[in-house]
Design a protein around this ligand. Structure first.
Ligand code: AMP
Length: 424
């Protein structure tokens, strides 16, 4: 199905083609007509499914159809949780707007850098604003921006924006937007608590749920390797040496861990860098650019820094530290296997987090075989792992443990069977 049959004008269909989008992806097929109709949308789609273009293309259509105004007030506001994502989405909008009959002005604003250049850039107004919530509020407080003409609000990675960390900033932003507007919420995951918040914000939304089908499921080979916590960096080096992955994104739990692991890899000759919230904006941009260009082989990142970023043809994601939640697991592994490419996602499972990983697997409906790599077999045994030698144990996951009644029934059956043998 061509893009024009979704309601996009030939100019925009041509822009999509120029970006290499020959056919719309399933999320684009579902979301583009829905957004063009003007109602609210709540879309769940996996990362890598093409969801950015699914909202950017109809936003551009709406902008093209609007009359030129004397004051260039933003018509659309796209909010995202991280600077990298803001820069990425701003870039996609600009790319798609190339070659259109009108010149689009996109303002991309985020924290962690000086506010002055952003204020200057907003002087002549903007058509679409792409922002992280905190910096947007700063700019509003400086009167650098007016949101009175916004017709469409997009929350990308909406689950993060709706969770507690951003709740205050989001509420303040919503209060400054026109009450009558279109709201578009996109995310790979909507945990139940977040879904309830989302429903409050939306007005009779059209719900789009792009299931993981053969067509949309990224081709990601997921693996779980058992290893002692203290051996993980050595194992990572060993894996990097024995495979020809040209680049890898390694997730750790803290900023300190990111620096430590990146430092250790560097000392052993691996071109590695850390990516976390303490890095300056230019360091973060540089690290990503270096990974994309192949100057870096490994980026060791925290969740916040890496969320949503799109690294073309990233072949490997490693969960050096396990993610806190099943949703984070989805986001992390979704950095690979994007846009039809295949990828590998390896989780290091040490004894003390074995039960946590089982929980992630359960929520994902997964059961990965546990691998051991010769020379890195774990020695440590956690209480949960020790209990697994008990055939009744299932690692503490509710619902599969035998009940008292079951055990009594089994004991009675055994007694009967033994009695029967005696009598024969
Ligand atoms: P996203 O899910 O928005 O992060 O997009 C993931 C990747 O898919 C990006 O690298 C896009 O350039 C690419 N992409 C988006 N739409 C299409 C399409 N219709 N055909 C091929 N690739 C696409």
């Amino acid at each position: 199905m061509p893009f024009t049959s979704l309601g996009l004008p030939p100019d925009l269909a041509q822009s999509a083609l120029a970006q290499g989008y020959a056919q719309p992806t399933p999320i684009q097929e579902a979301a583009i007509p829905a957004v063009l109709q003007g109602g609210d949308v709540l879309a769940t789609a996996q990362t890598g499914s093409g969801k950015t273009a699914a909202f950017c293309l109809p936003l551009l259509r709406q902008w093209l159809a609007s009359p030129r105004a004397v004051l260039r007030l933003p018509q659309a506001l796209i909010l995202l949780p991280t600077r990298e994502l803001a820069a990425q989405v701003g870039g996609i909008l600009r790319d798609l707007a190339q070659g259109l009959p009108r010149k689009l002005k996109v303002a991309v604003v985020y924290g962690g850098v000086s506010i002055k250049p952003q204020m200057m850039a907003l002087r002549g107004g903007a058509d679409i604003v792409v922002a992280t919530p905190g910096r947007l509020l700063d700019l509003l407080d400086h009167n650098a921006l007016r949101l009175s003409a916004v017709k469409t609000l997009v929350l990308d990675e909406a689950d993060r924006l709706l969770d507690l960390g951003f709740a205050d900033e989001l509420a303040q932003t919503l209060a400054r937007l026109p009450a009558s507007r279109q709201n578009l919420l996109f995310s790979a995951t909507f945990p139940p608590a977040v879904r309830a918040l989302a429903e409050k914000l939306l007005n009779q939304p059209l719900r789009i749920d792009i299931e993981r089908t053969a067509a949309t499921a990224p081709d990601i080979r997921q693996r779980a390797i058992e290893v002692d916590a203290a051996q993980r960096t050595m194992l990572l080096r060993h894996l990097l040496q024995s495979h020809d992955w040209d680049r890898a994104l390694v997730f750790v739990a803290s900023r300190m861990a990111a620096d430590r692991v990146a430092g250790k890899l560097q000392r052993h000759g691996v071109a590695a860098a850390a990516l976390h919230g303490d890095c300056s904006q230019s360091q973060r941009g540089q690290a990503l650019a270096d990974l994309k260009s192949g100057q870096l082989r490994v980026l060791v990142a925290t969740d916040v820094a890496a969320r949503g970023i799109d690294i073309a043809r990233l072949p490997l994601v490693v969960n050096y530290d396990l993610p806190r939640s099943p949703a984070d697991y989805t986001h992390r592994i979704g950095r690979t296997g994007r846009a039809g490419a295949s990828g590998e996602a390896i989780s290091f499972v040490s004894a003390d987090c074995a039960a946590h990983f089982r929980l992630i697997e359960k929520r994902q409906g997964l059961r990965l075989p546990r691998e051991r790599i010769a020379g890195f077999e774990p020695c440590a045994v956690a209480p949960a792992a020790a209990a697994s030698s008990d055939p009744d144990s299932n690692g503490g996951i509710k619902g599969k443990r035998k009940s008292k009644k079951d055990k009594l029934r089994e004991a009675a059956a055994r007694q009967q069977a033994e009695g029967g043998t005696d009598a024969s």
